[in-house]
Design a protein around this ligand. Structure first.
Ligand code: ZN
Length: 106
């Protein structure tokens, strides 16, 4: 029994790592109007939306805020389309593939 456990422990990290690379081609960021993406309220320069949950940091960084990784926001109650979100400048981006199609909304 002990041999089986050792085998599984060695195999799984390598498989996950390879899948992550295949699933993440280079993406082109396209800025979206937050009022189109999220049902919320505009307060001066910023756009406020309640009850929006993010799903972790992306490899992509905000083109405006250098080095700030974007958060993935999937479709949910207040969110009309999946997008990438910068918590610093509150900009929303769509991620497009090289052929111009959206990587998040297909
Ligand atoms: Zn930003």
């Amino acid at each position: 029994m002990k041999q089986d456990e050792d085998c599984c422990t060695v195999m799984s990290p390598a498989v996950e790592h390879r899948n992550a690379n295949v699933m993440m081609p280079a993406l082109i960021l396209m800025e979206l109007d937050p009022s189109v993406v999220v049902a919320g309220e505009r307060l001066g320069d910023i756009y406020i939306a309640d009850e929006v949950s993010t799903h972790g940091k992306m490899r992509e960084t905000c083109p405006v805020c250098t080095g700030r990784h974007l958060q993935l926001v999937l479709r949910q109650k207040e969110v009309r389309i999946a997008h990438l979100f910068c918590v610093q400048c509150t900009r929303c981006f769509d991620a497009c593939l090289a052929d111009g199609s959206s990587a998040l909304n297909s």
